[in-house]
Design a protein around this ligand. Structure first.
Ligand SMILES: [Zn+2]
Length: 285
């Protein structure tokens, strides 16, 4: 008799156990991703504090990511406005030891979040830290955790393997997640303009389809003069973004080389270049 009494409750118990376990697996996955981001955010917060940056806030809902680095850090980005013909993609922290670029783009994202009118007729996509492993290593370094310069790893026609120095182009073209991440952003958002921020060479370097007679180049020369930065449009390197996006894909690609990599210059540079970033898309190239 006992044998006939127990199967039903046991079955219920087993069903409950299965559903609890599977629910646990689902919410556990979400929690893992939440925990993963929180770990990254607190690591960033700590390092921002070390660099003297007190006014950057990193809120989970603001950031999207689908890829991670070898060091298991999220490759984050955010997008403001609706997709249109005017889409700017901003890239910072491509070289992990060029701190002000990271500051400027986290600040820009915070600023745009509070000022939606500024992007009512355009789209602005921001990836403030393309190489978090380099930025968060001690000491900070240019390359990613595999020693690859992710601005030499793009699959350009002239890509070739270089010596293993600070410009190492990787074991093969597009071998690095940080490179795949930038290419995925280009493919997804189809930017009309890319602004990649570096330091400390102090110049504006343009690659792309505009000529000296086009309003974009005329304006860039003007802005360069105002900021005391020489304007250049020459020498592209094998595997660089300017070569891949500007020369091979015909996207207006500006490399802004800030004059210094000093972290404390970040706020000053944000104030100095903010207007340029916002005006860029209002021009007819
Ligand atoms: Zn750089």
């Amino acid at each position: 008799m006992k044998g006939n009494k127990f199967p039903f409750p046991i079955a219920i118990f087993l069903l409950c156990l299965i559903s609890i376990t599977s629910m646990g697996a689902v919410s556990g996955g979400a929690q893992d991703k939440h925990g993963e981001f929180q770990k990254f955010a607190s690591e960033l917060k700590g390092h921002f504090g070390n660099l003297g940056w007190k006014d950057l806030v990193i809120d989970r809902p603001d950031w999207e990511y689908h890829r991670k680095t070898r060091g298991d850090r999220p490759l984050v980005f955010t997008a403001f406005g609706k997709s249109s013909e005017k889409v700017a993609l901003f890239l910072g922290g491509v070289h992990g030891d060029e701190s002000p670029s990271v500051y400027i783009l986290f600040r820009l994202a915070q600023f745009l979040k509070k000022n939606p009118k500024l992007y009512s007729n355009k789209m602005i996509v921001i990836a403030p830290l393309v190489n978090p492993d380099g930025f968060l290593s001690r000491p900070q370094k240019r390359t990613n955790s595999a020693g690859v310069d992710v601005n030499r790893n793009f699959p350009t026609k002239d890509w070739k393997q270089s010596r293993k120095d600070r410009y190492y182009s990787g074991p093969h073209a597009n071998s690095e997640n940080e490179t795949k991440f930038q290419i995925a952003l280009v493919n997804r958002f189809k930017p009309s303009h890319i602004i990649s921020i570096h330091s400390p060479l102090g110049c504006n370097d343009y690659d792309g389809p505009s000529s000296d007679l086009d309003s974009l180049v005329i304006w860039l020369k003007e802005v360069s003069k105002e900021n005391g930065l020489p304007f250049r449009r020459y020498q592209v390197f094998p595997g660089s973004l300017g070569n891949y996006a500007g020369m091979e894909r015909g996207i207006h690609t500006l490399t802004l080389e800030l004059p210094s990599s000093e972290p404390l210059k970040g706020p000053q540079y944000f104030d100095q270049f903010k207007r340029m970033f916002l005006d860029l898309l209002d021009l007819n190239p």
